[in-house]
Design a protein around this ligand. Structure first.
Ligand SMILES: *[C@@H]1O[C@H](CO)[C@@H](O)[C@H](O)[C@H]1NC(C)=O
Ligand SMILES: *[C@@H]1O[C@H](CO)[C@@H](O)[C@H](O)[C@H]1NC(C)=O
Ligand SMILES: *[C@@H]1O[C@H](CO)[C@@H](O)[C@H](O)[C@H]1NC(C)=O
Ligand SMILES: *[C@@H]1O[C@H](CO)[C@@H](O)[C@H](O)[C@H]1NC(C)=O
Ligand SMILES: *[C@@H]1O[C@H](CO)[C@@H](O)[C@H](O)[C@H]1NC(C)=O
Ligand SMILES: *[C@@H]1O[C@H](CO)[C@@H](O)[C@H](O)[C@H]1NC(C)=O
Ligand SMILES: *[C@@H]1O[C@H](CO)[C@@H](O)[C@H](O)[C@H]1NC(C)=O
Ligand SMILES: *[C@@H]1O[C@H](CO)[C@@H](O)[C@H](O)[C@H]1NC(C)=O
Ligand SMILES: *[C@@H]1O[C@H](CO)[C@@H](O)[C@H](O)[C@H]1NC(C)=O
Ligand SMILES: *[C@@H]1O[C@H](CO)[C@@H](O)[C@H](O)[C@H]1NC(C)=O
Length: 587
């Protein structure tokens, strides 16, 4: 009886949603969340003033698991982070290797509660040891209030990309990707999301034969459980496939027209399209989100990594959904009216930065640390230094111990995502180092093994590789310590050799302006000048962004301060933080 009523109700819902209203088409620009926002999961929540919410992966970045919200599917605002307090998930402090951290969250809303299910990966070697991996559940009543997100509830699964599903009979399931290193496949178990208690995992589908079947979600429609998955790995062969079953337990039959979405084997600028999620707006129109890399099939220059893209989906009754292919401009269903602004802390995703660290202010919501910060290392407007951000040096620099675990002493770094193909990022620096290897500067940071830094560093005068551009000061055999400008890069692919030039005497002890600019699609420039005489600015070098086009994350632009393993304690004062987007390439 109960079953019949439920079936009747769901067919009524289907009836309403089968005839979506749309007066005309809209155009959306991809990516909707530019920059490091991979593995998107999105929902529409009518109860929260018809708002759309999207979560994305954050790896070792903290705060982690950003939530963006929109009412019109055009303007997206960062409203906070699910992982915003170290005590929620202390193990993030210890993840080894730069590919570790938070992978692929799924956000869902059920009866007044927001749920976020994800995996904390510790990708240390050997990669077949999953004892350090953990799957976690967060819940919250108000995504606009970071404090409302719970601490992590852990559950046991030898895998990742976990996603919850509430069945009609009240049972709750988690579907996930079993570790591909040991036996790839989509697995499912009944779960208690409050306690993390988990039933027996069963292998419900293996995908269509592509590498690493992952990123699963379940949707119920027209009498079928639809299972979505990503296959092919998160590179050029990435694709979205689907299967369906009359029973949640399977057997799942593959869609004969798989893949439902991919840009593999195309010349599109948008590659690696996959890892998708589906949601329906108030009019009943279906939408899909996925990750994509703006790289073209050459796949060489993509410093922003995997970004969130959106497209329209047509889902006929009783049939598989049809996805409009992903491109830079997509003709989609008419997007909803904005009906008022989205509240929340963070900036709208297209905004730049004009940040002066005013006394009494705190760091903006989109500022990002690498693992947990030592709070005392970051002080806004300390006494005697209004309108600055003071950084205390960490012993470890941005590479730290061979790119692995940084240890409890942390790394003094804070940045923001690169979100535009072309941009200028600049900041003022007051820093008077006295001990050898004390350093402060700016960086394009992808991982601990991929970053391009330019800063002021105290070194013996005989360290210089050349004269400062525009000056005639030459190299010397003197070992007197003097401040230098140093560019240093590290990557798995070749980077320019370090450039070490003495800081012009006239600039010593004066405020410097450091600038990183993406002046074209492939290169960054690194420049330094006196803040009070910007016409004297010199570009120290150009470096290819191929060095920071790698892996699962995307670049952050930020500031750092380190003693490079030495005893130095000199603090650095940063001010006038600016980031201006100057062009978004979409084709
Ligand atoms: C991190 O990895 C390095 C190198 O593999 C290892 O020496 C170290 O013990 C690891 N640290 C932790 C906390 O697992
Ligand atoms: C987790 O599951 C694995 C595989 O079923 C099992 O070997 C392990 O003991 C479980 N760990 C915990 C903490 O329950
Ligand atoms: C998935 O593949 C494994 C290994 O070949 C096989 O044992 C299992 O039955 C398959 N699962 C399904 C649901 O087809
Ligand atoms: C792309 O082309 C290759 C070679 O023909 C083929 O093996 C692969 O399946 C194709 N990928 C997709 C997702 O269509
Ligand atoms: C409007 O958008 C839908 C969904 O993408 C698509 O199926 C349809 O072809 C579009 N119509 C026009 C006239 O572009
Ligand atoms: C500093 O960076 C260099 C180059 O990336 C690295 O070799 C070194 O181990 C790092 N030192 C410390 C103390 O973090
Ligand atoms: C600078 O001089 C010292 C002392 O002579 C020497 O040990 C060091 O190798 C020199 N450094 C460079 C970069 O030449
Ligand atoms: C550097 O030397 C050249 C040639 O001697 C001279 O013309 C120029 O003015 C000098 N520049 C500076 C900055 O001292
Ligand atoms: C810079 O400041 C330090 C410490 O106040 C001082 O010792 C040094 O002489 C100054 N250098 C210049 C070139 O003014
Ligand atoms: C981008 O700028 C770099 C540095 O000026 C230059 O070498 C490269 O040719 C430029 N690339 C394009 C595509 O314009």
């Amino acid at each position: 009886m109960r079953r019949t009523l439920a079936a009747l109700f769901s067919s009524l819902v289907t009836c309403i949603s089968a005839t979506p209203k749309h007066a005309g088409n809209s155009t959306i620009s991809n990516p909707i969340l530019p920059g490091f926002h991979p593995d998107p999961s999105c929902i529409f929540v009518p109860e929260w003033d018809n708002t759309f919410f999207c979560a994305s992966s954050s790896f070792n970045a903290f705060p982690g698991i950003p939530i963006h919200a929109s009412k019109d599917l055009q303007t997206w605002k960062l409203i906070g982070h699910v992982l915003n307090r170290p005590e929620q998930l202390p193990k993030l402090a210890e993840t080894n290797r730069s590919t570790s951290g938070i992978w692929a969250p799924t956000i869902r809303y059920n009866k007044g509660t927001f749920w976020l299910v994800t995996t904390l990966v510790d990708d240390d070697l050997p990669q077949t040891d999953f004892s350090r991996w953990t799957n976690v559940i967060f819940k919250g009543k108000d995504p606009f209030n970071p404090a409302s997100w719970s601490n992590a509830v852990h559950f046991n699964f030898t895998g990742y990309d976990t996603s919850p599903y509430w069945d009609k009979d009240g049972k709750v399931y988690i579907t996930g990707a079993h570790a591909w290193q040991v036996s790839p496949g989509i697995h499912q178990a009944e779960a208690n999301l409050d306690t993390g208690e988990i039933g027996e995992w069963t292998n419900i589908w293996n995908g269509t034969g592509g590498l690493a079947p992952e990123g699963p979600h379940i949707y119920y429609k027209d009498g079928y459980y639809y299972l979505i998955a990503a296959e092919g790995g998160t590179g050029l062969e990435h694709m979205v496939t689907m299967a369906r079953s009359k029973s949640i337990h399977g057997p799942y039959e593959a869609n004969p027209s798989n893949p439902v979405l991919t840009n593999a084997n195309t010349t599109s600028y948008f590659q690696t399209v996959g890892h998708a999620d589906l949601f329906q707006d108030a009019e009943g129109n279906w939408w899909g989100v996925a990750l994509s890399t703006r790289s073209g099939p050459e796949y060489l220059y993509y410093p922003m990594g995997r970004e969130t893209v959106m497209t329209a989906v047509t889902w006929p009754k009783g049939a598989y959904p049809i996805w409009t292919p992903v491109s830079g401009e997509v003709s989609v269903w008419e997007t909803p009216d904005a009906h008022g602004e989205v509240k929340g802390a963070g900036p709208v995703i297209t905004e730049g930065d004009d940040i002066d660290f005013a006394p009494g202010s705190s760091l903006p919501a989109h500022f990002t640390y690498w693992r947990f910060p030592i709070p005392d290392s970051f002080t806004v407007s300390p006494p005697g230094h209004p309108n600055t951000l003071r950084l205390k040096p960490s012993v470890l620099n941005l590479t730290a111990l061979n790119g692995n675990y940084a240890g409890p002493t942390g790394q003094t770094f804070v940045g923001r995502r690169q979100q535009d193909t072309l941009f200028t990022y600049s900041v003022n620096l007051d820093f008077s180092p006295s001990v050898q290897e004390e350093e402060a500067g700016v960086t394009v940071f992808l991982t601990q093994n991929h970053h391009l830094d330019i800063g002021v560093v105290m070194l013996p005068a005989n360290s210089s590789t050349s004269a400062f551009p525009g000056t005639n000061r030459t190299t010397t055999t003197s070992t007197e310590l003097i401040p230098h400008i140093r560019f240093r890069g590290i990557s798995y692919i070749p980077v320019p050799d370090p450039v070490i030039v003495p800081l012009p005497t006239a600039w010593t002890n004066s405020t410097l302006r450091l600038e990183i600019k993406a002046s074209n699609m492939t290169h960054y420039s690194f420049s330094v000048g006196p803040a009070d005489a910007l016409s004297e600015t010199q570009t120290i070098l150009y470096a290819s962004n191929a060095a920071v086009s790698w892996g699962f994350t995307g670049t952050l632009l930020g500031i750092y301060c380190t003693s490079n393993g030495g005893p130095g304690k000199t603090e650095a004062y940063f001010s006038k933080w600016r980031y201006t987007g100057q062009g978004q390439y979409r084709s």
